[in-house]
Write a protein that binds this ligand. Structure first.
Ligand SMILES: [Zn+2]
Length: 340
């Protein structure tokens, strides 16, 4: 065994060879000195590695759970919309099979609207046909808006439920495309009417125009092919609304606002006579006041206009007896260039 030397002394010598025995290093120098270095066993922190792994796995599992929860919430949202709309359809179908009665919905609508509220006296009874009433927009799609933040989607539903109530008091079966504040696609609305074998389809909307508060009045839109039955439906409703009191009769219009050869989808993909009512401008004070105060009259006018059309077109007799054995179909809705 060689005598131990300082690092400085060793550094002056030249290394001849190095040998290992286990963890001990023998360095042989040219002058016979041997340096012995014992290396400690490298410590592996298994405990810490294990803890880190556990934390990593837990974190990963947590993130996966979070993503799953988010995806499920998103899927539920979509399902809810679908379920709601099919429920709405089912509910309306069930309702329409029943005898006229004031439903919970319509009494709710009564108690929420402020001024004109007593239900109109029915002008007909036992009218044996089916109407699909389509309150526009819904849920996140609010439609037009008044300066005091009233939404079209709410007003379309409000008047829609009143039209339903009036028609049912006359014995008409009513299918609603929506009975609450939910989103229903345009194709779904058409499908609800077509599958429910409705004889008429009436979509309810309110108008708006930017930067022109003086624009006012009621207009009703019909398919660009100008089908006779659909036109009769629109004209009868407009005439009745004129009697009830509107600021201006803007007439029956064909196609889509700004494009006469194109169409609102609900006037194209429904098989029965259909029309889309723009019940005054939400950007006009007079129209808004009329809408607020004349809802009962408007609902009755729309209902009477529909019933008159059913009688005129021979769907049923004046006493309500059904004359047509099948669902009434529109006389012409083909050859349309583009849909909206
Ligand atoms: Zn609208």
């Amino acid at each position: 065994m060689a005598e131990r030397q300082t690092a400085e002394q060793i550094a002056e010598h030249r290394v001849v060879s190095v040998q290992w025995q286990g963890r001990t290093k023998y360095t042989y120098y040219d002058d016979g000195i041997v340096k012995i270095t014992r290396y400690k066993k490298r410590k592996v922190y298994w405990g810490r590695i294990f803890a880190a792994l556990v934390i990593f796995v837990l974190l990963a599992a947590g993130i996966v759970q979070l993503i799953k929860a988010a995806l499920t919430a998103f899927a539920n949202d979509k399902t809810e919309i679908q379920v709601n709309s099919s429920l709405a359809a089912t509910y309306s179908a069930e309702e329409s099979a029943a005898e006229p009665a004031v439903t919970d919905e319509s009494s709710a609508a009564d108690s929420t609207s402020s001024t004109a509220d007593s239900a109109a006296e029915p002008a007909y009874s036992n009218m044996n046909f089916t109407v699909c009433i389509d309150p526009g927009h819904g849920d996140y799609d609010k439609g037009a808006v008044t300066s005091d933040e009233k939404y079209e989607s709410d007003q379309d539903l409000e008047i829609g439920l009143k039209v339903k109530e009036y028609l049912e008091s006359c014995g008409v079966s009513v299918i609603m495309t929506r009975s609450e504040d939910v989103q229903v696609s345009l194709s779904e609305r058409c499908a609800i009417a077509n599958q429910g074998s409705a004889d008429f389809f009436v979509s309810l909307h309110r108008n708006s125009v930017s930067d022109n508060a003086s624009e006012s009045g009621v207009e009703i839109w019909v398919n660009s092919n100008q089908p006779q039955y659909d036109t009769a439906l629109a004209q009868n409703i407009l005439t009745a609304l004129g009697t009830a009191g509107i600021s201006q009769d803007r007439g029956v219009k064909y196609g889509y606002s700004g494009w006469s050869d194109q169409n609102y989808q609900v006037n194209m993909d429904t098989v029965m006579p259909s029309c889309l009512i723009e019940l005054g401008f939400m950007t006009n004070d007079t129209d808004n006041e009329l809408f607020e105060t004349k809802q009962t009259e408007y609902a009755k006018a729309i209902g009477d206009g529909i019933i008159k059309t059913a009688i005129d077109l021979g769907v049923c007799a004046e006493d309500g007896t059904r004359k047509l054995s099948e669902q009434l179909l529109s006389d012409s809705k083909a050859n349309v260039t583009q849909q909206y």
